[in-house]
Write a protein of this length. Structure first.
Length: 83
């Protein structure tokens, strides 16, 4: 049996990928990835700014609260989904 692009057997490439076939899903995935990069970049920039201003305690509190609140939100979300 020979390989046919788009077939469901073998390595059929990205054409059979659900995300690739549905442009709305693809747009949603790209938007989520972009948002994640923006959020992380903002977090890094604000942390760096506090460090450059010599506000080490404020930076540590900011970083700890940001990560702590994020993890708490993830855990809460997981508990809500399981129910």
């Amino acid at each position: 049996m020979s390989y046919q692009p788009g077939s469901d057997t073998g390595n059929s490439g990205s054409r059979n990928c659900v995300i690739c076939r549905n442009s709305a899903v693809w747009a949603e995935v790209l938007q989520k990835v972009r948002s994640g990069f923006i959020t992380f970049s903002t977090f890094a920039l604000e942390s760096s700014s506090l460090m450059k201003q010599g506000k080490a305690v404020a930076e540590a509190v900011y970083m700890a609260l940001s990560v702590g609140i994020c993890l708490a939100a993830v855990m809460l979300g997981q508990k809500l989904i399981v129910r």
